[in-house]
Design a protein around this ligand. Structure first.
Ligand code: SF4
Ligand code: SF4
Length: 632
């Protein structure tokens, strides 16, 4: 695969060359320093959960040590390690959600945290069966709903409230297989217990427990995070934005928001709009203040405000290397600890803000919901004052940016679908029927959710873009989130013009509904939006989602959050394709369970495939088999 294939690699090349000139270290230097990575870790067969170890067992049955000191075999060790990845991923998304719910609990009419989507507040309150949801005073209702949501994390009985969004058939699978998630924190805690030395040693039981925990993420933490962020900050609507490093503006104060939590970045955006702050920036010789986004905080900001996207995971260092970022403001998750050191090569200030993710090396300004706007104002001022320290000789911003359309929440997609509902027929407005109609008619063959990270094991963004381009060519509509969405944005796939890259059926649909063939549905917690729309489609057709020609794909995943996501997507009945092989191959029975046997009881399974073209071939076969089984 050559760098010529993708124009954005030229940016990577230029950035890396500049990093070398500036004496800055990047992830590629550190990747090279790792030399050959450990085969035991890669196969998932090393264990260090007690101090009799660390133990490592042979990934090849019949050769070398077959058991750790306690007697755990390869499948048990692999299953425990994988389960712990599920627990960590679930905890990250869910703790994020808890902060959002806390902000709603603090909300008041005078702001800055206030209810911006009252209709959604009332809709969710009614869904959760709060009495008088349509008439109660807004903030009394918001606070009551927030309390109920906080209980979802630790209630002693019952399962997650949002599970009821799934069709009956799916709910029955979850009940039968005992994977309906209970309280979120309970699932994480009990899974950590099960994986303690001398507890669960049955790989299948560990797999199921990992799945139930992950389900508490998708149908609990992430879904709460998404829905409550919409209530607080507004439900995204279709809007224009722009992406890639070229959105960094040499004439402005550039502030990069990086991480995940909109509670902070929303305040940064507000503080930067303050006319006094803009005046201060002008007094320093800048034309104004330019907020750019990175990773999922960037996604949240672009979905709701059209904030420009500087890049995805692998570009977090490249943005600093432009020499034109006055401050990187981070909250939690996916932030390289290397950034403060890198920032010192330039004038950039690195501001960490969350006690949960304090990163040493520059400045820590503790952010809390009670003082959010003041904290943000302090950060923005720090950035503005830093403009004068910029070294013009080190500024080099790649001249590449791409127009892009963002903001496709479930509500916005349905609004677009309404445009093609014939007023003479009896079809209702506000449903997903036009979408299931074109899928059932075969005009589009299926739908794919493409999500996840970048990973230096692969050429960045190559698998994302190849998978998406191949799928739309074959009339499969794509919805994207996370760093996959940003890859799509940079490649121009989130534009109306991208219809010209589609097969005939999908092109026609894009033209009539006025949408790009790849729809940006938000951040990683917003994968819950994908779950929601798939389940609306299944419900509309009266089938289990496992029967629909729909797949989940994580072509370049790297984080534990991605493991939890993949797991809850499979648990939701959707076959999930991974372009990076998880550390499980050392446990042959566990691998078989994930990739084949679990289909029997969940109706879905994992597929590991590194080659994106082969992956798409397999996906098409999968979709066509489902179509045949449905008789469509
Ligand atoms: S739990 Fe067992 S396999 Fe793991 S480190 Fe301890 S003795 Fe070794
Ligand atoms: S897609 Fe992966 S790398 Fe990107 S923000 Fe989400 S978890 Fe982090």
């Amino acid at each position: 695969m050559s760098n010529e294939v993708l124009n954005y690699d030229k940016i990577a090349e230029a950035s890396l060359a500049k990093a070398q000139r500036d004496g800055a270290e990047t992830m590629w230097d550190r990747r090279a320093a790792q030399k050959t990575q450990c085969g035991f870790g890669e196969a998932g067969v090393c264990c260090r959960i007690c101090t009799m170890g660390p133990c490592r067992v042979s990934p090849v049955p019949g050769k070398g040590a077959e058991r750790g000191i306690c007697g755990a075999n390869a499948d048990t060790i692999v299953a425990r390690n994988f389960a712990r990845m599920c627990a960590a991923g679930t905890s990250a998304h869910s703790d994020h959600a808890r902060d959002i719910v806390h902000a709603l609990h603090h909300s008041k009419a005078e702001g800055p945290y206030k209810v911006r989507d009252e209709a959604k507040l009332r809709r969710i309150a009614a869904e959760w069966e709060i009495a008088d949801a349509d008439t109660k005073e807004t903030y009394a209702l918001a606070h009551e709903l927030a309390l109920m949501a906080l209980e979802e994390f630790g209630k002693p009985f019952g399962t997650q409230r949002f599970l009821k969004r799934a069709p009956k058939a799916r709910q029955e699978v979850w009940a039968r297989e005992n994977i309906a998630p209970r309280a979120i924190d309970m699932e994480v805690t009990t899974l950590m217990h099960s994986t303690h030395m001398g507890c669960a040693a049955d790989y299948e039981s560990l797999f199921r427990r990992g799945m139930r925990t992950s389900m508490s993420d998708g149908w609990g933490g992430s879904m709460i995070g998404t829905e409550f962020s919409d209530i607080l900050y507004g439900t995204p609507t279709a809007r224009a934005s722009s992406s890639n490093l070229g959105v960094i503006d040499a004439e402005m104060v550039n502030i990069m928001v990086h991480g995940h939590d909109p509670n902070l970045s929303e305040m940064v955006v507000l503080a930067a709009q303050n006319p006094e702050m803009v005046e201060l920036a002008k007094s320093k010789g800048a034309k104004g203040i330019n907020i750019v986004g990175m990773c999922c905080t960037g996604n949240e900001m672009t979905m709701r405000h059209g904030i420009k996207i500087a890049g995805n995971f692998y570009q977090q260092e490249m943005a600093i290397i432009t020499g034109a970022i006055e401050a990187v403001v981070v909250d939690v998750q996916c932030i390289f600890p290397a950034l403060p050191e890198l920032a010192k090569t330039y004038h950039t200030r690195f501001v960490s803000t969350s006690p949960k993710a304090k990163i040493a090396g520059d400045i820590f300004i503790e952010f809390s919901e009670a003082t959010g706007l003041d904290n943000a104002a302090e950060i923005v001022k720090l950035a503005v004052e830093n403009f004068s320290n910029r070294d013009a000789s080190k500024v080099e911003i790649p001249d590449i940016k791409q127009d892009t359309m963002v903001g496709y929440s479930v509500e916005t997609i349905i609004e677009h679908l309404d445009a093609v509902v014939n007023s003479q027929l009896e079809d209702e407005l506000g449903t997903v029927k036009p979408l299931t109609d074109v899928i059932y008619a075969g005009v589009i063959r299926g739908a794919a959710g493409v999500v996840g990270c970048n990973n230096p094991k692969q050429q960045h963004d190559y698998a994302h873009i190849t998978v998406m381009e191949e799928l739309i060519k074959r009339d499969v509509i794509c919805v994207v989130t996370g760093c996959a969405a940003q890859a799509a944005a940079k490649a121009g796939l989130l534009t109306l013009e991208a219809k010209d890259k589609c097969g005939r059926g999908l092109k026609e649909v894009c033209e009539r509904v006025n949408i790009p063939p790849v729809l940006h549905m938000g951040s990683c917690v917003d994968i819950s939006r994908i779950l929601h729309i798939v389940n609306l489609c299944a419900d509309q057709r009266g089938v289990d989602p496992a029967l629909l020609p729909v797949v989940g794909i994580a072509p370049e995943w790297m984080s534990e959050k991605a493991v939890a996501i993949a797991n809850y997507v499979v648990g939701s009945g959707i076959n999930t394709y991974l372009g990076v092989i998880p550390p499980v191959l050392g446990g042959p029975n566990f691998t078989k369970l994930m990739t084949e046997d679990c289909h029997e009881f969940i109706g879905a399974h994992f597929v590991f495939e590194k080659d994106p073209i082969v992956m798409v071939d397999k996906i098409m076969e999968d979709m066509e088999a489902k179509r045949t089984a449905l008789g469509i």
